[in-house]
Design a protein around this ligand. Structure first.
Ligand SMILES: Nc1ncnc2c1ncn2[C@@H]1O[C@H](COP(=O)(O)OP(=O)(O)O)[C@@H](O)[C@H]1O
Ligand SMILES: [Mg+2]
Length: 448
């Protein structure tokens, strides 16, 4: 049940890659290839890009989502590159990973980047109290892999990526906003624990990678709306002013791409309402208004994207929301998404040896949802019985988890493990039984 996007998004396949105005033969698909440099690497980005492009040209293999081994016979790449990853066509959330493209169908678009290890730089207000915002240099090590770990069936991630890519392209090409209007404000709303905050951060990270040739530097400023208002309101006004002054400074640097994440904006609406009803000082109105004014000011800068989230869908019909161009509902995971989330959890527990791996099976990897369904339906007796049992049980577990949020799902394997009688050397089939039990217990404890 997803609310349609307000803005019709670009339908091209290349998404964010469109920054390189490449002349691509019509029948070729642009496939982003992300190359992570080692932290120790001092190689020039352009040199690495050419080397990887050369390597891919020689390779003449098929493309599917996921890592490509760094060629060890190439000393330059082996010295400098930590990881090379094909990001498919960013089709449906890595769920259709079975999509394989052949090399002649593909024009790889190579993005080379180094992760920043700096971690969040917190703002400590002058009185030494808790911070009201965090700041990261992107792409940050902390957010590495986050995008891939978020699973939505509806193509939400692709739509967001394409939307942002189009918005940045329109700006870059100098499209007159009086003739074609668009803005760079995104609102994600939906129940808690559905990955909204994570998705905003992951999107910022992705865009910082995909657009690094246009914007060599990128930052993310996370404003916690709630903490902004949990203070005395007289302080908040000053905080907002200080915060936006800082953001304005970042934005003035043309080569900076700045993301402002305003998390849990429903607290702004609440603050407003409380002020109107007289239960809070009218100061809060001024603060909300200050925030809105600052946002409007910021909107005119081409290199800013404002990301906002709200846990409440009903209460967001405030002035604030009208400003957002793209409003997307983020709901609890569907059966397919639940299966994929749990599959990734199991795979990780096998990788780390907490669960015994499937060595004795022909398949070391659990299949994707569609493939699991197919195989269970066709009942091929060449298939390994234990393996099929495992697929079946994983599917049943995903069914049993209906209504659980992504956040609860990612915690479930841990809770199930803690509930095991013998936590060592556990086999996946036994483990899944415990997981169903745990899911039932967790669900029975959910508030209505
Ligand atoms: N659709 C999803 N796919 C994978 N993981 C998810 C999903 N939704 C939530 N999660 C997990 O839940 C965690 C918390 O999500 P968060 O971004 O804080 O949610 P929200 O901001 O909506 O409350 C995420 O880090 C992620 O591990
Ligand atoms: Mg959140």
């Amino acid at each position: 049940m997803s609310v349609p996007m307000e803005t019709e998004l670009s339908t091209d396949q290349n998404g964010a890659s469109s920054q390189h105005s490449l002349s691509v033969p019509e029948d070729k698909v642009l496939v982003p290839v992300e190359v992570t440099l080692k932290l120790s690497s001092t190689a020039k980005i352009d040199d690495v890009r050419s080397a990887v492009e050369g390597m891919l040209e020689k390779r003449s293999l098929s493309y599917n989502d996921g890592p490509i081994p760094v060629p060890l016979d190439d000393a330059f790449l082996a010295d400098n590159v930590q990881r090379i990853c094909v990001c498919g066509c960013d089709t449906d959330e890595g769920m259709h990973n079975d999509n394989v493209l052949l090399f002649w169908q593909v024009k790889p678009v190579v993005h080379v980047f180094q992760l920043s290890e700096e971690g969040p730089c917190e703002d400590i207000s002058s009185d030494g109290q808790s911070s009201s915002f965090n700041e990261w240099i992107l792409p940050a090590k902390e957010f590495d892999g986050m995008w891939e770990s978020l699973i939505y069936e509806s193509g939400l991630k692709q739509r967001l990526l394409r939307y942002a890519a189009s918005a940045l392209l329109f700006t870059e090409k100098g499209v007159d906003p009086f003739l074609v209007s668009w803005n760079r404000i995104i609102l994600l709303h939906g129940p808690p624990g559905t990955g909204k905050t994570s998705l905003c951060k992951a999107l910022a990270q992705k865009l910082s990678i995909r657009f690094n040739s246009r914007y060599p530097q990128a930052q993310l400023v996370e404003v916690n709306a709630h903490s902004l208002f949990s203070k005395w309101f007289s302080e908040s006004g000053k905080l907002v002013a200080k915060l936006f002054q800082k953001i304005q400074e970042m934005v003035e640097e043309e080569s900076n791409l700045v993301f402002v994440l305003i998390d849990e904006v429903e607290s702004l609406a609440a603050a407003r309402k409380a002020a109107l009803s007289g239960s809070e000082p009218s100061d809060s109105i001024r603060v909300v208004n200050a925030l809105l004014t600052q946002m409007d000011k910021l909107k005119s800068s081409p290199n800013v994207i404002i990301l906002t989230t709200s846990n409440i869908t009903a209460a967001i019909d405030i002035a604030f929301v009208d400003r957002a161009d793209i409003k997307a509902y983020v709901g609890p995971p569907t059966l397919q998404a639940r299966y994929e989330i749990l599959r990734s959890c199991l795979q990780e527990m096998m990788r780390t040896g907490i669960l015994t791996s499937l060595q004795d099976c022909k398949n070391a990897m659990l299949p994707h949802y569609a493939s699991a369904k197919d195989r269970l339906n066709t009942l091929d007796f060449h298939e390994d019985a234990t393996f099929m049992q495992l697929c079946k049980q994983l599917l049943e577990t995903a069914e049993a988890c209906e209504g659980m949020s992504g956040r609860s799902l990612r915690k479930l394997p841990f809770l199930a493990h803690a509930a095991l009688a013998n936590p060592f050397e556990c086999n996946p089939i036994k483990f899944l039984c415990t997981m169903v039990e745990t899911a039932k217990r967790e669900r029975s404890e959910l508030p209505d």
